[in-house]
Design a protein around this ligand. Structure first.
Ligand code: ADP
Length: 445
């Protein structure tokens, strides 16, 4: 109680002086010490914006990540500092803990011993003991033979009527998906000639509502493949403890319906939820997911294309991005004015329309993503429907209707998303993973 009152006072003080670095750092340290990990993470991140590359803050942030089992994120935070020779040895130990958490015992051992040889006081007896233990198996053991029938998952198979023609704008993204997913299947000889084979998954990332799910569904239709849409958070929540079985069943469902696009939404949930799940169990789910992605044998996933989506790519474990897994990140950007006009045109298709000036609506919907535009059109249609019922005849939708609706709908989180992305691009991009975002985060949002 007393502790929390002290914390509360610190929080309040930090809120009143957001630029007071020592205060924020102190608050973050207290939060970390008391186990408020997510909040500590947020505080350290805010502090890092004030003092980029500060070793103490980076160490705090990395520890908050490690203790939430967000090992990839911890490594991403540490990377900029680890790159310079003579980095503080305790950062090396933190990196070792993260690498060990990822199952990369060899690199963890290297980092650990390098750090301790420079400063023996940073030694971590527990980690040292675990590093010298015989290696744990890379993957969780196969589920018991009496595993539940594959149909146990409530996931359904869809046959998407959508194609890329239903996805407005995003020409670069569509082209990237064509090359990565469609061409290898449509022209296997050409790919084989260059020693490349179809396979591996694509990680779609971008602000919420920008059209990742829509795009995945359209890719399935474009390919004439079935579509299985899985919310990973659902899989994890459904029956804690049966998550591995649910995952297995989902992959089996996709394999029985090949060619199939298997779409995992919120793939970061695997990392983000680790904090509130028993760690050993979570590790097993992650391992199971990776094992299924890799396929039990080489042909297990033939005809199964895995697309995953996330609004928070920085939380996705680097283990997921290794070759053959979700090794191809594709940024799904917020639409520009021309794309917004095209999305509006698609959303208004098959509705009674007056002559429309979609460009005019696009001009007043800066920062709207696809989902926001859908909300806008739905609202305008509702109003029109009411008017038509009163008038007793259909009144076509017009440009002023959309302009009026635009005034009453607020865009969702693009600006906040870009601010977060900017942090990662500026401060945790030494591996170049977020290069594609650079021109975007430099724009005005
Ligand atoms: P995300 O998965 O990125 O959160 P969604 O794919 O769910 O976003 O997008 C929400 C809705 O917005 C879609 O159902 C679709 O109606 C519309 N939408 C988004 N992007 C486009 C687009 N490029 N073209 C047409 N409609 C789009």
């Amino acid at each position: 109680m007393h502790d929390d009152a002290g914390l509360q006072a610190l929080r309040e003080a930090a809120r009143l002086s957001p630029d007071n670095l020592p205060l924020r750092q102190h608050l973050a340290g207290q939060l970390l010490a008391k186990g408020y990990l997510a909040e500590a993470e947020a505080e350290y991140r805010a502090a890092l914006v004030l003092a980029p590359k500060n070793a103490d803050i980076t160490a705090g942030l990395a520890e908050a990540f490690v203790r939430q089992s967000a090992f990839g994120a911890a490594l991403a935070a540490l990377e900029p500092l680890l790159a310079s020779p003579g980095y503080p040895p305790r950062l090396g130990v933190l990196a070792a803990r993260a690498l060990f958490g990822e199952g990369d015992t060899a690199r963890a051992g290297y980092r650990y011993h390098e750090a301790v040889s420079r400063d023996p006081s940073v030694a971590d007896a527990d980690l040292a003991a675990r590093l010298s233990a015989p290696p744990a198996p890379l993957y969780a053991t196969a589920p018991p033979a009496a595993a539940a029938p594959a149909d146990e998952t409530s996931t359904e198979v869809e046959h998407s009527g959508l194609t890329f023609a239903d996805v407005a704008g995003m020409d670069t993204v569509k082209e990237a998906l064509r090359v990565k997913l469609l061409l290898p299947i449509q022209q296997p000889e050409l790919f084989a000639a260059y020693g490349k084979r179809a396979g591996g998954g694509v990680l779609l990332y971008g602000p919420p509502g920008a059209g990742k799910t829509h795009l995945a569904r359209a890719a399935a239709g474009e390919l004439g493949a079935s579509f299985v849409n899985v919310g990973l958070a659902d899989i994890l929540d459904m029956y804690i403890g049966s998550s591995e079985r649910n995952l297995r069943a989902t992959f089996e469902l996709a394999r029985r319906n090949r060619p199939c696009v298997l779409f995992f939404d919120e793939v970061d949930a695997l990392a983000a939820r680790r904090s509130d799940m028993r760690q050993a169990h979570t590790r097993q789910v992650v391992n199971q997911f990776l094992a299924e992605l890799d396929g039990v044998d080489q042909n297990a996933n033939e005809g199964v294309l895995v697309l995953a989506a996330t609004n928070a790519p920085w939380y996705v474990d680097v283990a997921f991005r290794r070759p053959g897994r979700l090794d191809q990140p594709v940024f799904v950007p917020p639409p520009d004015a021309a794309a917004r006009a095209a999305i509006l045109r698609i959303l208004c298709r098959n509705k009674p329309l007056a002559e429309m000036d979609f460009d005019a609506v696009a001009r007043v919907t800066d920062q709207f993503v696809g989902a926001d535009l859908k909300g806008l059109v739905d609202r305008a249609v509702e109003v029109k429907l009411q008017q038509s019922i009163s008038a007793g005849r259909p009144i076509p939708l017009s440009t002023p209707d959309l302009l009026a609706a635009a005034k009453s709908v607020r865009p969702t989180a693009v600006r906040e998303w870009m601010a977060t992305a900017r942090n990662y691009v500026m401060h945790a991009n030494d591996s170049g993973a977020w290069d594609e975002l650079m021109p975007w985060v430099k724009g005005k949002w």
